[in-house]
Design a protein around this ligand. Structure first.
Ligand code: FES
Length: 138
């Protein structure tokens, strides 16, 4: 396939994904923010969802405020997007503000309800973030 043909096919796939998941999901999937395990962090954990996919969060705190959030996942595109947006949402918030976050807050930030077969992806990301913060108390 020539490069221009490949570009056209790639654009068609992107338009289809934008329609299915919403443009913010596809943007964060293709350009995940804060991805990766930092060298240092204060707490972390991995959580595996009902689909078998796993998300791990690595959190640095400063007092009662979240300073930095990294993550890694072997999950689907919507899960990458959920973890990416959630990492942006959590940075700068207090521990109690993050403890009160719900999957719907993440979906509101994404600007979409994910397809029903992916609705658990937001649950997994939020549950994993909160589970990592629980490790601060251990
Ligand atoms: Fe498994 Fe998204 S987390 S399908």
């Amino acid at each position: 396939m020539r490069n221009d043909e490949f570009d056209i096919v790639e654009q068609m796939v992107k338009v289809d994904a934008d329609k299915r998941f919403g443009p913010k999901v596809t943007d964060h999937f293709h350009n995940p923010r804060n991805y990766g395990k930092p060298e240092t962090y204060d707490c972390s954990t991995y959580v595996t969802g009902m689909c078998g996919d796993t998300v791990g969060f690595f959190i640095t705190v400063n007092g009662d405020r979240i300073e930095r959030v990294g993550y890694e996942t072997d999950g689907c595109g919507p899960t990458v997007a959920c973890a990416s947006v959630l990492s942006d949402m959590a940075e700068g918030k207090t521990l109690s503000e993050v403890a009160a976050m719900k999957p719907q807050d993440l979906l509101d930030e994404l600007g979409t309800d994910l397809p029903v077969e992916n609705s658990h992806c937001a649950d997994l990301a939020v549950n994993a973030l909160k589970a990592a913060l629980e490790k601060l108390k251990v």
